[in-house]
Design a protein around this ligand. Structure first.
Ligand code: DAH
Length: 345
């Protein structure tokens, strides 16, 4: 009887098993394909007496559905198994992983790169463990310049007695200027973000490492006016279109003339507050025309080319932008502090 056959098969399909995908496909062919068992039964169905058609028909549909369900379930099992085999990470926490946020210094660095990138500056970098030649000598520091003193510079020791004074941790990113000039003839237009080290006691206002961005532009006929315009554009992009700048004469061994740039205090708008010590101005960078001695030391003809350079502290810019009063916050990795920058881009 057809009904008995169907009942038998209903039991059978509940227990279907397959060890792999091939076996599963064999089951599908056996039961559900055109030449499969269920289709055969459908053919036999034609011979069923009219008064039994309804009941047998329903049973037959039930069988078809249950077989299909069982085979689908087996298929899902295989898929889940092969996925978990591929990327099972048994060390992964069972708790949802919280996404991190970009570090405020990274945010500021990226913004600086973006602003200068739009003015045609490309990126350059150099080593943090540097030699005296690139950090000081080629940058026109006299042999007895106080910046070479142990107070400022970290020297890399090979062993306690034998301090190799030639290898140091760079104390400014100006060393990258020398690296770039040695390798490239002008026109050169680069910015060099990076970490620098100084032998300072750690406090709210000083740290033994911090970050700078160096800028260098060398070509024929570059003048101080070009420098001023680029810096004004930078200041307005970074701190808003109403920002004013002022350049004060200064001294750096590697630039002549040299200047320091102040911007109108973006915290009080230039009226005067404790941040700008009631002057309305805050210093943000050093700059100047590249000293001909530096060009010559790095293999560039100072009679043909001139250039400007500037250098700024990323922490300083971040302080101004986000009013972070204690430098130590940038390196302590306090998640409550870092999360405050979640909404920044
Ligand atoms: N290297 C200087 C510092 O660490 C900053 C600086 C000043 C860089 C003037 C320059 C520059 O390129 O022209 O304080």
């Amino acid at each position: 009887m057809l009904t008995d056959k169907i009942n038998e098969l209903l039991k059978e399909v509940q227990d279907l098993h397959a060890a792999n995908a091939e076996e599963l496909e064999a089951l599908r062919l056996k039961y559900l394909s055109k030449k499969g068992i269920i289709n055969d039964l459908m053919n036999d169905f034609r011979t069923v007496a009219a008064d039994q058609k309804r009941e047998v028909g329903m049973k037959l549909n039930e069988l078809k559905k249950q077989t299909q369900d069982r085979i689908n379930a087996l298929k899902e099992q295989f898929e889940a198994l092969s996925e978990s085999k591929n990327d099972a990470d048994l060390t992964r926490t069972a708790y949802p992983v919280k996404l991190g946020t970009r570090h405020p210094l990274t945010l500021v660095k990226n913004e600086i790169i973006d602003i200068f990138g739009r003015m045609g500056f490309t990126l350059a970098d150099g080593p943090e463990v540097e030699d005296d030649l690139h950090v000081y000598t080629k940058m026109n520091f006299a042999a007895d310049h106080p910046a070479r003193d142990m107070q400022d510079t970290f020297f890399v020791e090979q062993n306690a007695e034998d301090v190799v004074k030639n290898i140091i941790l760079r104390s400014h990113t100006s060393s990258v200027q020398a690296r770039v000039m040695e390798k490239t003839q002008p026109p050169i237009r680069v910015i060099c973000p990076g970490r620098v080290y100084r032998n300072e006691a750690i406090s709210a206002r000083a740290h033994c490492f911090f970050h700078q961005v160096e800028g260098l532009y060398i070509d024929k006929g570059v003048s101080f006016t070009d420098l001023k315009q680029v810096l004004l554009t930078f200041a307005r992009e970074m701190f808003g279109p109403d920002t004013k700048i002022r350049l004060r004469p200064s001294y750096f061994p590697f630039t002549e003339p040299s200047a320091e740039m102040d911007i109108s205090c973006n915290i009080c708008g230039g009226v005067g507050c404790s941040f700008c010590k009631h002057t309305g101005w805050v210093e943000i960078l050093g700059c100047g025309m590249v000293d001909p001695n530096v060009l010559e030391a790095c293999g560039i003809d100072s009679k043909v080319y001139s250039g400007y350079a500037f250098g700024m502290g990323i922490e300083r810019i971040a302080n101004l932008k986000y009013q972070v009063s204690d430098l130590r916050l940038f390196s302590e990795n306090d998640v409550r502090f870092l999360r405050e920058f979640e909404a920044a881009f």
